[in-house]
Design a protein around this ligand. Sequence first.
Ligand SMILES: [Mg+2]
Length: 175
Amino acid sequence: MKPRIAIDMDDVLADTVGTFIDIYRRDFDTTALPDVFRENSFHELLEKDISQRLSDYVHEPGFFADIAVMPGAPEITRELSKKYDLFVTSAAMEFRNSLAEKYDWLDRYFPHIPWQNRVFCGDKSIIRADIMIDDMPYNLVSFQGKGLLFDAPHNRDNTLFQRVHSWEQIATILL
Ligand SMILES: [Mg+2]
């Protein structure tokens, strides 16, 4: 059996922060510079109520359908799948409207990861695999294998896990 990798969707396969930046610039501040939001989290930069209003967009139909794919993710997961069994593990249960959109999004960008390898779950501590790639440290804390922390503005202060900045970097580590 090949080693298994559990791969998160938001801010790992999908550039969800990028979608929030686009919405913020469209609906709140057209002059905001995208780079600022790549360096600091929304929580650090925005007033609490604005940050909350922005977060609430996840409940809008179409939010998860339109997220850009993370650069390199389709090509590199294709390469990784020759050596590993890949499982997409997303805590999609948090947003009931996201399920169909996430499913269709995977069909669009990751047709090489079939439904048998898609795990829409709640608490990820139920997941067992050899490697987990996630942007949320709490998912890696409860994971028993090797954790790779995908760099994001909201996890910069974490030093517990090996940090990866791109899919190209994941390829150099795992291929
Ligand atoms: Mg995530």
